[in-house]
Design a binder for this molecule. Structure first.
Ligand SMILES: [Zn+2]
Ligand SMILES: [Zn+2]
Length: 154
């Protein structure tokens, strides 16, 4: 997408693999689901969804040469890409919805370690909060599943 200006950029831990997104997220939330917990070894993940056409790999071609992938057995339509060098997951493609997920912790930082364009990336909710490993006392809505499409828990 040479003529489009990226809104957000991100990478794996070692920066071998990089990407850019060219539109605001269609979803940005802290996800407390058991898949995110186990795939990231973290109590919750800041996940963002984008239309697949608004996402592009930006490291050297061929892009897939630097990437490994894993398909979640119970959701084989979700392909999770990780860097071959450092092993960190960078994005996943849902071939049913044609959406790409990226994780907020992988976004580009400024000199103070703060995420660049955080206002664009910022989560709007906590989702799959029923399986949380920690209670979060913030102003965002807490949902059993997706925001606005499931039971509100708080
Ligand atoms: Zn890496
Ligand atoms: Zn999740």
């Amino acid at each position: 997408m040479p003529n489009r200006v990226p809104l957000l950029k991100g990478s794996c831990f070692c920066s071998s693999v990089t990407y850019a997104v060219y539109a605001p997220p269609v979803l940005s939330a802290y996800c407390h689901c058991t898949n995110c917990q186990r795939l990231n070894a973290c109590p919750c993940t800041h996940t963002m969804h984008f239309g697949a056409s608004d996402f592009a790999w930006t490291h050297s071609e061929p892009h897939l040469a630097l990437l490994d992938f894993y398909d979640i057995p119970l959701k084989p339509y979700k392909r999770r890409f990780r860097c071959k060098q450092c092993g960190v997951g960078v994005a996943s493609l849902n071939s049913n919805t044609h959406r790409v997920s990226v994780w907020g912790a992988g976004l580009e930082r400024d000199g103070e370690g703060k995420i660049i364009n955080w206002e664009i990336a910022r989560p709007t909710a906590h989702m799959f909060y029923g399986t949380r490993m920690l209670n979060v006392n913030d102003h965002l809505g807490k949902w059993e599943g997706y925001e606005g499409k499931s039971k509100r828990l708080g």
